[in-house]
Design a protein around this ligand. Sequence first.
Ligand code: CP
Length: 317
Amino acid sequence: MKRFFSADDVTDLDALVQDAIDIKKSPLLKSDIGKGKTLGLVFLNSSLRTRLSTQKAAQNLGLNTIVLNAAQEAWTWEFEEGAIMNGSTVEHIKDAANVLSQYCDIIGLRCFAGLTNKEEDVSEKIFSLFEKYASVPVISLESATLHPLQSLADCITIAEHLPYDKKPKVVLTWAPHIKSIPQAVGNSFAQWMNKTDFEFVITHPKGYELDTQFSQKATIEHNQQKALQDADFVYVKNWSSFEDYGQVVPVNEDWLLTNEKLEVTNNAKIMHCLPVRRNVEVSDEVLDSENSLIYEQANNRTFAAQVILEKIVKGNE
Ligand code: CP
């Protein structure tokens, strides 16, 4: 494996998930394959899980890690090719990516959607520029449109709880929020679910359609209660409007997930990538119920990162 940006970089999803589950059983089995190599983690946005789980995964493989909180601690980056840099930006992303590649054997980059320029976000301007000028493999720690390490952790978590007697019904439900949030987690989960043979339904209010390049194979149901019927897994996530780009479009119905709403499910397991705004996106009673997988998902972030880092260190799939 030479890069990890999306589900399209994975040739066999089931095998990858199984590899991660095997790693979880013996995480230190290959604790020297990264010896002498360095993983650089570059964050243009905040993180708890991605930062620490990827560092832990690297430690398990014997990789050194260096972390750059680029938005707070580095020179302000310029993203325009050919820019005359006589304004507030101090270092071009071209130079930053080149220099970081001198210090690192693999680089992870987090660069959220700005949610102001749809074309730039959809084209993955920042991730693409960084990858263009980096001379080492680059992995996404969440980009403008996708969050592949989260989705791989979600696939691992689902695989560990599959029903014995049927293909699962997985529902991705939109949830309310007070802020404008990127579509990356929803897009990415849809992209990975579309690579499975699960029944996959997305439910959201009208106006919150995801980019069809990621959601196209899903069944879309605007009635949340109908969508939840017989669900085995319910993944809860907010995202802002893709059509009215980055806007919080007013919604009249109540989309907060409660135990009462979940009564129509097949005793569904509940998923959320975290961080979660409790009692805005999901009620405490749901997040703290015995069916909640939120902490298992967070735990599986380590093994998702570890299986990808191992394949990149080895240079294979
Ligand atoms: N789920 C997730 O990516 O968490 P962080 O933003 O804390 O890394």
